[in-house]
Design a protein around this ligand. Structure first.
Ligand code: DGL
Length: 272
Protein backbone atom coordinates (compact mmCIF):
# COMPACT_ATOMS: atom_id res chain seq x y z
CA UNK A 1 0.00 0.00 0.00
CA UNK A 2 1.17 3.52 -0.80
CA UNK A 3 2.74 5.01 2.35
CA UNK A 4 1.25 8.47 1.71
CA UNK A 5 -2.26 7.06 2.05
CA UNK A 6 -1.49 5.70 5.53
CA UNK A 7 -2.77 7.61 8.59
CA UNK A 8 -0.97 10.07 10.86
CA UNK A 9 -0.96 8.88 14.48
CA UNK A 10 -1.61 11.42 17.25
CA UNK A 11 -1.52 10.80 20.99
CA UNK A 12 -1.89 12.50 24.35
CA UNK A 13 -2.68 11.45 27.90
CA UNK A 14 -6.28 12.51 27.28
CA UNK A 15 -8.34 15.19 25.59
CA UNK A 16 -5.63 17.87 25.33
CA UNK A 17 -4.32 16.45 22.09
CA UNK A 18 -7.76 16.87 20.53
CA UNK A 19 -6.96 20.59 20.30
CA UNK A 20 -3.90 19.73 18.21
CA UNK A 21 -5.85 17.13 16.23
CA UNK A 22 -8.48 19.74 15.34
CA UNK A 23 -5.77 22.07 14.01
CA UNK A 24 -4.31 19.24 11.94
CA UNK A 25 -7.74 18.35 10.54
CA UNK A 26 -8.36 21.99 9.60
CA UNK A 27 -5.01 22.34 7.85
CA UNK A 28 -4.82 18.85 6.32
CA UNK A 29 -8.42 17.76 5.72
CA UNK A 30 -7.39 14.93 3.39
CA UNK A 31 -5.25 13.08 5.93
CA UNK A 32 -6.53 10.04 7.76
CA UNK A 33 -5.77 10.30 11.48
CA UNK A 34 -5.63 7.87 14.39
CA UNK A 35 -5.97 9.43 17.85
CA UNK A 36 -5.03 7.66 21.08
CA UNK A 37 -5.97 9.17 24.46
CA UNK A 38 -4.15 7.35 27.25
CA UNK A 39 -6.82 8.19 29.79
CA UNK A 40 -6.25 5.15 31.94
CA UNK A 41 -2.84 6.62 32.72
CA UNK A 42 -3.62 10.34 32.83
CA UNK A 43 -2.41 12.67 34.09
CA UNK A 44 1.11 12.33 32.71
CA UNK A 45 2.02 15.45 34.67
CA UNK A 46 2.09 13.40 37.86
CA UNK A 47 4.14 10.53 36.43
CA UNK A 48 7.91 10.18 36.37
CA UNK A 49 9.78 10.90 33.15
CA UNK A 50 10.63 7.19 32.86
CA UNK A 51 7.01 6.12 33.18
CA UNK A 52 5.85 8.60 30.56
CA UNK A 53 8.70 7.60 28.25
CA UNK A 54 7.84 3.88 28.43
CA UNK A 55 4.18 4.58 27.92
CA UNK A 56 4.97 6.80 24.91
CA UNK A 57 7.00 3.98 23.34
CA UNK A 58 4.12 1.54 23.80
CA UNK A 59 1.58 3.93 22.27
CA UNK A 60 3.88 4.80 19.37
CA UNK A 61 4.43 1.08 18.70
CA UNK A 62 0.67 0.66 18.56
CA UNK A 63 0.20 3.62 16.22
CA UNK A 64 2.98 2.43 13.93
CA UNK A 65 1.55 -1.10 14.10
CA UNK A 66 -1.69 0.37 12.81
CA UNK A 67 0.20 1.77 9.83
CA UNK A 68 0.93 5.35 10.94
CA UNK A 69 3.33 7.04 8.52
CA UNK A 70 4.16 9.72 11.12
CA UNK A 71 3.38 10.23 14.81
CA UNK A 72 2.41 13.50 16.49
CA UNK A 73 3.20 13.58 20.22
CA UNK A 74 0.35 15.99 21.03
CA UNK A 75 1.45 16.30 24.63
CA UNK A 76 4.17 18.50 26.08
CA UNK A 77 4.80 16.11 28.97
CA UNK A 78 5.29 13.11 26.68
CA UNK A 79 7.46 15.17 24.33
CA UNK A 80 9.61 16.25 27.28
CA UNK A 81 9.96 12.69 28.53
CA UNK A 82 10.21 10.77 25.28
CA UNK A 83 10.59 12.64 22.00
CA UNK A 84 14.33 12.11 21.64
CA UNK A 85 14.02 8.45 22.69
CA UNK A 86 11.11 7.79 20.31
CA UNK A 87 13.17 9.00 17.36
CA UNK A 88 15.91 6.57 18.37
CA UNK A 89 13.57 3.61 18.89
CA UNK A 90 11.58 4.18 15.67
CA UNK A 91 14.14 5.69 13.25
CA UNK A 92 11.98 5.09 10.17
CA UNK A 93 9.04 7.14 11.45
CA UNK A 94 8.94 10.95 11.53
CA UNK A 95 7.88 12.22 14.99
CA UNK A 96 6.45 15.70 15.51
CA UNK A 97 6.51 16.81 19.14
CA UNK A 98 5.54 19.78 21.26
CA UNK A 99 7.77 22.15 23.15
CA UNK A 100 6.66 25.19 25.13
CA UNK A 101 6.52 28.06 22.61
CA UNK A 102 9.10 30.27 24.29
CA UNK A 103 10.54 31.36 20.96
CA UNK A 104 7.57 33.43 19.69
CA UNK A 105 6.87 34.68 23.22
CA UNK A 106 10.47 35.81 23.76
CA UNK A 107 10.71 37.37 20.30
CA UNK A 108 7.59 39.45 20.78
CA UNK A 109 7.77 40.49 24.42
CA UNK A 110 7.79 44.24 24.95
CA UNK A 111 8.38 44.17 28.69
CA UNK A 112 11.06 41.46 28.57
CA UNK A 113 9.08 39.17 30.87
CA UNK A 114 7.08 36.09 29.87
CA UNK A 115 5.30 33.30 31.73
CA UNK A 116 5.12 29.56 31.08
CA UNK A 117 2.34 27.36 32.42
CA UNK A 118 2.93 23.61 32.11
CA UNK A 119 3.02 20.32 34.00
CA UNK A 120 5.90 19.49 36.36
CA UNK A 121 6.93 16.71 33.94
CA UNK A 122 7.40 19.22 31.13
CA UNK A 123 9.64 21.46 33.25
CA UNK A 124 11.78 18.49 34.35
CA UNK A 125 12.72 17.29 30.87
CA UNK A 126 15.93 18.15 29.05
CA UNK A 127 13.78 19.45 26.22
CA UNK A 128 12.60 22.38 28.34
CA UNK A 129 16.14 23.17 29.47
CA UNK A 130 17.23 23.29 25.86
CA UNK A 131 14.27 25.49 24.83
CA UNK A 132 15.21 27.93 27.61
CA UNK A 133 18.80 27.87 26.54
CA UNK A 134 17.99 28.47 22.88
CA UNK A 135 15.23 31.03 23.12
CA UNK A 136 15.11 32.85 26.43
CA UNK A 137 18.28 34.91 26.23
CA UNK A 138 17.86 38.22 27.96
CA UNK A 139 14.20 37.55 28.78
CA UNK A 140 12.83 36.96 32.27
CA UNK A 141 10.94 33.65 32.27
CA UNK A 142 8.43 32.97 35.06
CA UNK A 143 7.46 29.31 35.27
CA UNK A 144 4.59 27.74 37.10
CA UNK A 145 3.82 24.03 37.28
CA UNK A 146 0.11 23.33 37.49
CA UNK A 147 -0.54 20.11 39.37
CA UNK A 148 -4.22 19.61 38.58
CA UNK A 149 -5.30 21.81 35.68
CA UNK A 150 -5.13 19.03 33.08
CA UNK A 151 -7.33 16.78 35.23
CA UNK A 152 -9.84 19.58 35.75
CA UNK A 153 -10.11 19.78 31.96
CA UNK A 154 -10.45 15.97 31.75
CA UNK A 155 -13.24 16.15 34.32
CA UNK A 156 -14.96 19.11 32.62
CA UNK A 157 -14.49 21.30 35.72
CA UNK A 158 -13.53 24.42 33.82
CA UNK A 159 -15.01 26.82 36.39
CA UNK A 160 -12.93 25.27 39.12
CA UNK A 161 -9.87 25.73 36.90
CA UNK A 162 -10.52 29.46 36.88
CA UNK A 163 -9.82 29.86 40.59
CA UNK A 164 -6.69 27.66 40.34
CA UNK A 165 -5.49 29.81 37.47
CA UNK A 166 -5.95 33.07 39.36
CA UNK A 167 -3.84 31.75 42.21
CA UNK A 168 -1.18 30.13 40.01
CA UNK A 169 -0.71 33.11 37.74
CA UNK A 170 -0.81 35.92 40.32
CA UNK A 171 2.97 35.98 41.00
CA UNK A 172 3.95 36.19 37.33
CA UNK A 173 1.32 38.83 36.65
CA UNK A 174 2.71 40.83 39.58
CA UNK A 175 6.16 40.45 37.98
CA UNK A 176 4.83 42.12 34.82
CA UNK A 177 4.70 39.38 32.16
CA UNK A 178 3.17 40.41 28.85
CA UNK A 179 2.94 36.91 27.27
CA UNK A 180 1.90 33.55 28.65
CA UNK A 181 2.98 30.33 26.97
CA UNK A 182 0.43 27.52 27.23
CA UNK A 183 2.78 24.58 27.81
CA UNK A 184 0.22 21.76 28.01
CA UNK A 185 -2.19 20.80 25.27
CA UNK A 186 -5.09 20.55 27.74
CA UNK A 187 -4.86 24.31 28.31
CA UNK A 188 -6.18 25.03 24.81
CA UNK A 189 -9.57 24.21 26.30
CA UNK A 190 -9.04 26.79 29.06
CA UNK A 191 -8.57 29.84 26.85
CA UNK A 192 -11.56 31.68 28.34
CA UNK A 193 -10.58 30.90 31.92
CA UNK A 194 -6.95 31.86 31.33
CA UNK A 195 -8.04 35.08 29.62
CA UNK A 196 -10.23 35.87 32.64
CA UNK A 197 -7.29 35.26 34.97
CA UNK A 198 -4.69 37.32 33.06
CA UNK A 199 -6.86 40.16 31.77
CA UNK A 200 -6.91 41.61 28.25
CA UNK A 201 -3.30 42.75 27.92
CA UNK A 202 -1.35 39.50 28.24
CA UNK A 203 -0.78 37.64 24.98
CA UNK A 204 -1.60 33.91 25.12
CA UNK A 205 0.76 31.74 23.08
CA UNK A 206 -0.75 28.39 22.10
CA UNK A 207 1.49 26.24 19.90
CA UNK A 208 -1.26 23.98 18.49
CA UNK A 209 -1.58 25.79 15.10
CA UNK A 210 2.22 25.85 14.69
CA UNK A 211 2.39 22.11 15.38
CA UNK A 212 -0.18 21.47 12.64
CA UNK A 213 1.96 23.52 10.24
CA UNK A 214 5.00 21.48 11.27
CA UNK A 215 3.07 18.26 10.51
CA UNK A 216 2.33 19.59 7.04
CA UNK A 217 5.98 20.57 6.53
CA UNK A 218 7.27 17.15 7.60
CA UNK A 219 4.79 15.29 5.39
CA UNK A 220 5.58 17.55 2.44
CA UNK A 221 9.33 17.08 2.85
CA UNK A 222 8.96 13.30 3.03
CA UNK A 223 6.54 13.26 0.11
CA UNK A 224 3.88 11.75 2.36
CA UNK A 225 0.94 14.12 1.91
CA UNK A 226 -2.36 12.36 1.34
CA UNK A 227 -5.02 13.77 -0.98
CA UNK A 228 -7.68 11.08 -0.64
CA UNK A 229 -8.31 10.52 3.07
CA UNK A 230 -10.01 12.54 5.79
CA UNK A 231 -11.27 10.01 8.34
CA UNK A 232 -10.29 9.87 12.02
CA UNK A 233 -10.33 6.86 14.34
CA UNK A 234 -10.46 7.58 18.09
CA UNK A 235 -9.13 5.24 20.76
CA UNK A 236 -8.81 5.53 24.52
CA UNK A 237 -7.27 3.31 27.16
CA UNK A 238 -10.08 4.58 29.42
CA UNK A 239 -13.83 4.72 28.91
CA UNK A 240 -14.82 5.39 25.27
CA UNK A 241 -18.22 6.80 26.28
CA UNK A 242 -16.46 9.34 28.46
CA UNK A 243 -14.11 10.42 25.64
CA UNK A 244 -17.10 10.86 23.34
CA UNK A 245 -18.82 13.02 25.95
CA UNK A 246 -15.69 15.07 26.62
CA UNK A 247 -15.18 15.74 22.90
CA UNK A 248 -18.77 16.90 22.65
CA UNK A 249 -18.59 19.13 25.71
CA UNK A 250 -15.15 20.62 25.22
CA UNK A 251 -14.99 20.93 21.46
CA UNK A 252 -18.52 20.39 20.19
CA UNK A 253 -17.12 17.39 18.37
CA UNK A 254 -19.17 14.30 17.68
CA UNK A 255 -16.91 11.24 17.70
CA UNK A 256 -17.16 7.47 18.10
CA UNK A 257 -14.39 6.10 20.34
CA UNK A 258 -13.15 2.56 20.93
CA UNK A 259 -11.31 1.19 23.94
CA UNK A 260 -7.79 -0.14 23.52
CA UNK A 261 -5.38 -1.88 25.81
CA UNK A 262 -1.90 -0.40 25.77
CA UNK A 263 0.82 -2.98 26.30
CA UNK A 264 4.55 -3.02 25.74
CA UNK A 265 4.15 -5.19 22.66
CA UNK A 266 1.33 -3.15 21.07
CA UNK A 267 -2.28 -2.68 21.92
CA UNK A 268 -5.01 -5.28 21.58
CA UNK A 269 -8.42 -3.80 20.96
CA UNK A 270 -11.00 -5.01 23.50
CA UNK A 271 -13.58 -7.35 22.10
CA UNK A 272 -17.01 -5.73 22.19
N1 DGL B 1 -1.70 17.30 27.70
C1 DGL B 1 -0.49 16.97 28.32
C2 DGL B 1 0.60 17.99 28.09
O1 DGL B 1 0.58 18.64 27.08
C3 DGL B 1 -0.44 16.27 29.64
C4 DGL B 1 -1.42 16.58 30.69
C5 DGL B 1 -1.32 15.53 31.79
O2 DGL B 1 -1.68 14.39 31.49
O3 DGL B 1 -0.84 15.86 32.87
O4 DGL B 1 1.50 18.13 28.88
Amino acid sequence: MDLASQPVGVFDSGVGGLAVLMEIKALLPDEDLVYVADQEWAPYGRRTLDEVRDRSVAISAELIGRGSKAVVVACNSASAAALHHLREVFPQTPFIGMEPALKPAAENTLRGAIGVLATATTFQGELYASVLDRHANGVEVHEVAAPRLAMLVEDGLLDEAESDLKELLAPMLAAGIDSLVLGCTHYSFLHDQIRAAVGPDVRLVDPAPAVARQVRRVLEESDLLNSSGGGTAYFTSGDPGRLEEQARELADYSIAAVRIEIEDQGIGQHAP
